[in-house]
Design a protein around this ligand. Structure first.
Ligand code: ADP
Ligand code: MG
Length: 287
């Protein structure tokens, strides 16, 4: 491997908005045969919007007030929705994030839970007829969250995040380059499958807890594969670090960018097959 051709390769990549931290990463990109992509903020725009809320106004007020303390994109969507509806947010006494499941918040003596089925199961909350409503949202690729106040089910809120326009094309190019493409997400199986279908991914690993993302990448590596991980979140950082090549979304968190080997500007997924193409051209020149 001549250092000069590697420099030319990383320079060419940089001109295109693909920022390699070093030439060795460009060389390793050439060997990849699997790529794992996070869903929210990587495949999707990461700007979810509330599409429907079932529940009374008091529940919406408690829900949005509770979510005010969360940095999750789902929380931002809920707060924006309530603000639009002129709901006044109230003071929170105690905020607790339950990673991968939701939040538990105390507001003037009331205990508010917002999150997925698992959160409700863990607190033995009977959500009754909400299950079918959840399924209806999930098959459309939406994320539905359940709300309980003082141990009683109170409502359901659905949030939709749209895929990046160029995601299907990027996935197609990666598949044509011979890579196995896998989606990894903390979201539920049904929502994940619906989004995967929209972009042409057939392998989905869903309901993965934040701390388990790196383990999933490791498992694929243990099958003898050279794996790239693409992600934007704080949650993705350990997986980005453990992957053979960690690819951070430029619009993502600082933590993800630091943990990765490459950053793609603007989160443009087409830059990933482009990076692979450049690595192939570079290595061909060397040999
Ligand atoms: P993602 O990979 O989509 O970022 P997370 O692991 O952060 O997933 O969250 C998984 C699931 O936990 C979400 O789909 C949602 O159901 C629930 N959840 C996480 N954070 C919150 C929150 N702030 N409010 C309500 N539900 C949440
Ligand atoms: Mg993400």
């Amino acid at each position: 491997a001549t250092p000069t051709s590697i420099m030319v390769g990383t320079g060419k990549a940089a001109e295109n908005g693909i920022l390699f931290k070093g030439g060795e990463h460009l060389e390793r990109t050439h060997a990849l045969n699997a790529i794992v992509l996070d869903k929210t903020g990587t495949i999707t725009k990461g700007k979810p919007e509330v599409t429907s809320f079932t529940g009374d106004e008091e529940t919406l007020q408690l829900l949005a007030s509770a979510e005010k303390g969360s940095e999750h994109p789902l929380a931002e969507a809920i707060v924006a929705y309530a603000t639009e509806k002129d709901i006044d947010l109230v003071e929170v006494d105690d905020f607790n994030a339950i990673p991968g499941h939701g939040i538990e918040v105390k507001i003037s003596g009331n205990n508010i839970l917002v999150g997925n089925r698992k959160l409700m199961q863990d607190h033995q909350i009977d959500v009754g007829g909400a299950e079918q409503e959840m399924i209806d949202y999930e098959v459309e690729g939406k994320t539905a969250m359940l709300i309980a106040v003082d141990g009683k089910y109170r409502g359901i809120i659905a949030v939709a995040d749209t895929i990046k326009e160029t995601a299907p094309q990027a996935i197609k190019e990666l598949q044509e380059q011979g890579l196995e493409v896998i989606m990894l997400t903390g979201d539920n199986e049904r929502t994940a499958q619906a989004i995967a279908k929209q972009v042409g991914i057939d392998q989905v690993i869903a309901q993965v807890l934040p701390e388990e993302k790196a383990d999933k990448v490791k498992e694929i590596q243990l099958q003898g594969k050279k794996v790239a991980m693409v992600g934007d979140g704080v949650n993705d950082a350990p997986a980005l670090a453990i992957a053979d090549i960690g690819i951070a979304i430029g619009t993502g968190t600082e933590v993800a960018i630091e943990a990765a080997d490459v950053t793609i500007l603007g989160g443009e997924l087409l830059l990933i097959p482009k990076a692979i193409k450049i690595s192939h051209a570079t290595i061909k020149n060397i040999r």
